[in-house]
Structure formats: structure tokens, C-alpha cells
Design a protein around this ligand. Structure first.
Ligand SMILES: O=c1ccn([C@@H]2O[C@H](COP(=O)(O)OP(=O)(O)O)[C@@H](O)[C@H]2O)c(=O)[nH]1
Ligand SMILES: O=C(O)[C@@H](COP(=O)(O)O)O[C@H]1O[C@H](CO)[C@@H](O)[C@H](O)[C@H]1O
Length: 316
């Protein structure tokens, strides 16, 4: 296991309960906070997400200065319901001249940079069904606590509810693509429990400097790019408890997986790590850390070994 991963995990992981809203308000001082909710056809859930944040973190205490829903080419009532719940709503393509209408979550987050004024940006998905305002305060904590922190990833039990038994087997692309990719190519990041968490926060000064994949690769790219350019300690992660959301079909997640593989391929000049270790999801392990070595050994072509060496073989 890359010792940097476990060291980072130990030093840079906190729980949302460590970041009390009142204490954050004191630390906030002159820092402006924008919450950005990218939304494509989320009319059934966006109003609840907006309402909870508005009530808890704008009406009850003035922690959040700006609450923006980016309407990402929705064809339902997302924009109307978000506005009725009290959010500012801006449609991709209507934000600034020259920013044409484009689909994609990353595109929505990138365009939000031109529609917000916050020094700190908190990204919250619009399809959450099990969550709370502590997602926002937990993500803000490490950023308001230390100016050297640039990016904060949430992590949680990932609920999977496909209409049958409800399990915590969610985060299918996270577990089958993103975390194995990190273990292979960026083992120092293997301690990040939810690299694809849709709830995360970053300094504007960071986001303005990073390239942003227009689709679902944005979480993976910002993690890898921040670590490479600013070091592991520029990143922190916060335990947010439990999260449920609307699920996509496994076929749609196949497209998402390909986007993330493309982002990784564009960045992974490095060969595979010598040894590949995969930490188990932290909540499965009492005490919070266990790792499994991934068998990566390869045998040489049989024709080069032992009794095969003399056989006539077909050559192409
Ligand atoms: O083109 C898109 C695709 C997704 N989203 C939003 O990005 C968030 C995460 O997307 P989704 O729920 O589809 O991903 P999943 O959570 O299933 O991986 C949600 O709020 C979506 O409405 C978006 O704004 N534009
Ligand atoms: O983590 C994942 O594997 C995917 C799919 O989650 P589920 O298997 O539907 O629980 O969800 C995340 O990935 C997307 C790509 O980074 C993010 O944009 C989503 O916000 C996040 O929910």
C-alpha cells in the first residue's frame, strides 16, 4: 500500500459533526460561500434540496451567500420548481455571451463559475433523497479552517435502491472504475473513499485554474489534477453519513465509466504502480482501514516457457 495514502487518510479525514455551523460562521469572516446545484430533469427532488439549504444555512444562519441551480438543458419543471423553492436559476448557455448551450454535468459546473461570486463553491446534486444540510457545513469546514485546503470531497454510505432490497452497494462506477483506477495509477489517492462523490467543495481560485471535462468526469479530473498540481494535502475529505439519490441505469453508468476512463487515460502517463492495493470502503471496516492486494502478476507467453519452447506454433 502506498504509505502516502494511509497517512493522508489519517490526517485529512474528518466528520461533518466536527464542523458546527455556529463555529463556521465565526471562521467565515469575509469569505463568500456559493452553493451550486447542477440539475438536469430533477423536478421531483430539486425543491427539497433547495428548501433545506435555504432554511438551514441562509434563513436560520447566514452561512451561505448564494444558492444557484444550474438548469442543464432540462425538459421538465426543474427550473420552475427550483425558483419557487427560492434558488437563483440560470440555464446553461444563458449565463454569458459565447457560452453556448451544452449538455453535461461538468459543463454545468464550469458555466457556474461565470454565474457565481463565491470565494468557496459547494457542489450538491439535485437528485438527493437521503441527505441533510450538514453536507454543506461538513464540506465547508476544512476550507474555512485552513487556507491551504483547496478541495474537499464528501463520503458516505452509498444507498442503492433499485426497487428491491435497499443496500449500501451504491457508487457502482466509484467501486468498479474510479477507485481501482486510483489504486493502479494514483495510489497516493487510494485513501479517498468517494472520489466520485457528487457533494464536494473547492476554492474558486482552484476551479478557475483547472480544465473541466464537460460530462461526468469532472469529479475524477478535479481530484487528480488538484493532487498533481498542489499536492495531496490540498485535499481533505469529510464523512457525511449516508446518501441516497436517484439511480441511473447500468447502461448509462457505462457511458459515465467510459468518460472517467477517458479522463484517466488523458492524465495517466505513469505506468501501473508496482504493487496495487485497494482499500476497502472505510465504513465496512471497524477502525476504518483495511486493504486488499490486487493480483497484477502476469505470466510470459507460454511459447517462451519450458516444454512449450520447442513446439511449432502458428505465427500471425
Ligand atoms: O448533463 C447533466 C447530467 C447530470 N446533471 C446533474 O448532475 C448531478 C449528478 O448527475 P446524475 O444524478 O445523473 O449522476 P449519478 O448521481 O447518477 O451518478 C444531478 O444533479 C444531475 O441532475 C447535470 O446537471 N447535467
Ligand atoms: O459514484 C457512482 O458510481 C455514481 C453512480 O452511483 P450509483 O451506483 O447510482 O449509486 O455516482 C456518482 O458519480 C458521478 C460521476 O462522478 C457523479 O457526478 C455523481 O454525482 C455521483 O452520484
Amino acid at each position: 500500500m502506498d504509505p502516502r495514502a494511509r497517512d493522508w487518510y489519517t490526517r485529512r479525514t474528518t466528520s461533518s459533526s466536527a464542523w458546527a455551523p455556529a463555529a463556521l460562521l465565526e471562521r467565515k469572516a469575509g469569505t463568500r460561500v456559493s452553493v451550486v446545484i447542477p440539475a438536469r430533469n430533477e423536478q421531483d427532488t430539486v425543491a427539497d434540496v433547495v428548501t433545506q439549504i435555504r432554511r438551514a444555512l441562509m434563513d436560520e444562519i447566514p452561512l451561505v451567500d448564494e444558492l444557484l441551480v444550474i438548469d442543464s438543458m432540462s425538459t421538465d419543471g426543474t427550473a420552475e420548481r427550483a425558483a419557487a423553492a427560492g434558488a437563483q436559476v440560470r440555464a446553461v448557455g444563458d449565463i454569458a455571451p459565447g457560452l453556448e448551450r451544452r449538455a453535461g454535468k461538468g459543463e454545468a459546473l464550469w458555466q457556474s463559475l461565470f454565474a457565481t461570486s463565491g470565494d468557496v463553491l459547494v457542489y450538491i446534486d439535485a437528485d438527493l433523497t437521503e441527505w441533510g444540510p450538514h453536507f454543506v457545513t461538513g464540506l465547508l469546514g476544512p476550507l474555512l479552517d485552513d487556507e491551504r485546503t483547496l478541495l474537499v470531497r464528501g463520503f458516505y454510505d452509498r444507498v442503492l435502491d433499485l426497487g428491491g432490497d435497499i443496500t449500501t452497494e451504491g457508487g457502482r462506477v466509484t467501486e468498479l472504475v474510479a477507485r481501482p483506477l486510483l489504486a493502479l495509477h494514483w495510489p497516493q489517492l487510494a485513501g479517498v473513499v468517494q472520489p466520485l462523490a457528487g457533494e464536494w467543495a473547492a476554492r474558486r481560485s482552484l476551479m478557475e485554474q483547472l480544465p473541466v471535462p464537460v460530462g461526468y468526469g469532472v469529479e475524477f479530473s478535479t481530484l487528480v489534477d488538484t493532487a498533481r498540481r498542489f499536492g495531496l494535502d490540498a485535499i481533505a475529505q469529510v464523512d457525511l453519513g449516508r446518501r441516497a439519490h436517484r439511480h441511473q441505469s447500468v447502461h448509462n453508468l457505462g457511458v459515465m465509466a467510459a468518460e472517467i476512463l477517458a479522463v484517466a487515460r488523458r492524465r495517466s502517463a505513469a505506468p501501473y504502480a508496482d504493487e496495487v492495493w485497494l482499500p476497502r470502503p472505510v465504513r465496512e471496516v471497524p477502525g476504518g482501514w483495511d486493504e486488499v492486494q490486487v493480483p497484477t502478476g502476469e505470466r510470459p507467453p507460454a511459447v517462451t516457457v519450458g516444454q512449450y519452447a520447442t513446439r511449432q506454433v502458428r505465427t500471425w
